[in-house]
Ligand binder design. Sequence first.
Ligand code: PEP
Ligand code: MG
Length: 585
Amino acid sequence: MTKRGIAASPGIAIGRAYILKKEEFSILEYKIEKEEIETEIKRFREAIEKAKQELEIIKKKAKERIGEKEAYIFQAYLYILEDPLLIDETERRIRKERLNAEASLRKTLQLLPTRFASVQAEIIRERFRDIEDIGNRIMRNLLNKPSLTLSHLKDKAIIIASDLAPSDTISMEKGKILGFATDIGGRTSHTAIIARSLEIPAVVGLGNISEMTKAGSMVILDGNKGKVIINPSLRQLSRYHKTQEDFLHYREKLRVLRSLPPQTLDGREIELAANIAGPEEIDIALRDGAEGVGLYRTEYLYMNRSVLPTEEEQLEAYKNIAEKMLPYSVIIRTLDLGGDKFLSHFPIPQEINPFMGWRAIRLCLEKIDIFKVQLRAILRAASFGKVKVMYPMVSGIEEIRKANKILSQVKKELREEGIPFAQDIEIGVMIEVPSAAITADILAREVDFFSLGTNDLIQYSLAVDRVNEKVAYLYQPLHPTVLRLIDSVIKSAHREGIWVGACGEMASDPLSALVLLGLGVDELSVAPTSLLEIKKIIRGVKWEETQEISAELLKMRTSSQTRRYARARLSTKIKDILEEDRNVE
Ligand code: PEP
Ligand code: MG
């Protein structure tokens, strides 16, 4: 049986299934006497204390395994243990409803999904799962149950679970856990992030795989294609053994590229940088030869916690990345909240069109205090490395001017306070709103660089919600509108003497990356795990040829024409370049 899901972490795993059952607790619900209230609260608080101690141990383990900064997720867990949604609500139930601690906690946990249900955002759902994981931990302590861990595992196995918490993933030993597959989850879940940084192959979002698989069954897990085969045939097994070998060999071979320049056969060198959402991705970026960070999505620093990050905390995070990246630069994008990214502790009113609503730079220009704290941290971090600042979702020149005015104020304040910072930080904007793309010639005179946010640019210019699978067929990166907008942005920028990068997913896709190259981008910023592949493709083509292809594409009328043409000209070439070292099945 073959099941398809979301490819969360690349690689091939072949082995026996170990089913990790979701924890279910039998809980007695009973009324307590008034005199018992304090005892129940005390029990509840002790269970929380114990959960904190357990998490401190896990955090320590995480620090040893994936590094100090990368263990931040477990610090976030510790913050959640203080989240009023969980703690105050439960204590209120013990006091007001006179329910025992277990029942009060369960009720709080049961209500959480309804609070989040109206929000489609994956991030919020992920956060809910984090809270649930912590809720289970407290419950286990209340009931005095031993905690369930993967460390009991004796033999090598592929883990199949309904869902996995980051605390499960972090305990995974690479040699023992061959890979994992889960019913739910998305690419941005912490579990997927950790899997990638530990390089454990993973497929998530498989529906009901945990019910369909029997313990001990033979499993093939393909983290490259997001596929899981249960009880494969002998032929499939031998084919995948070969694919696995080829993949490992291919990865190893790609490594030789890490220190080679991202240069085309006819000598055009572009910058190849990495997109990161947090410190956990920086090590892969460095290992695979990123020449800087082209997009640091700072909003993740604000998530999974109950209070906003302080200036010092932000400074620490930005400084660390800036120092690690030297001699290359790090482009720190200011807070891009809203759309599909929310914080539970920061109320954004429910909107009918959140993607077109109060978000990103619009929000920062109103919540100046929050914006200033971030700008202070960025400016201060810039004195430890090469840091550039970038504003998201800019729709016109007024927003740039307002943001720059606040930046100047912040500089003045830092100067008066005698705090060191970088005086002349480079300023850039994301070009991801059609109005910004169309007026790029005007905006180019105000900033030092542009970065094409193609994910949003496609969504807004084609009026296709990027997270709605019903209209996914309309989401066409090579639509003539998108190509024309990108072309005109690049031309305007170059006319004004500034450089243009691309940090949307188009840059990580081999075919679209070549089209961007042909249109003349100066930088591609890609997912860290795509760095070597994109570099290999760049090194295998002539810039002149990509320019000629892109010029042809610009003449076309429909996206099916452009797609067909780009595939006809580039697909075989890309396959050949990549297959030089890899025999794809
Ligand atoms: C984009 O819109 O292309 C982009 C890079 O930003 P994000 O995906 O974070 O919106
Ligand atoms: Mg965007």
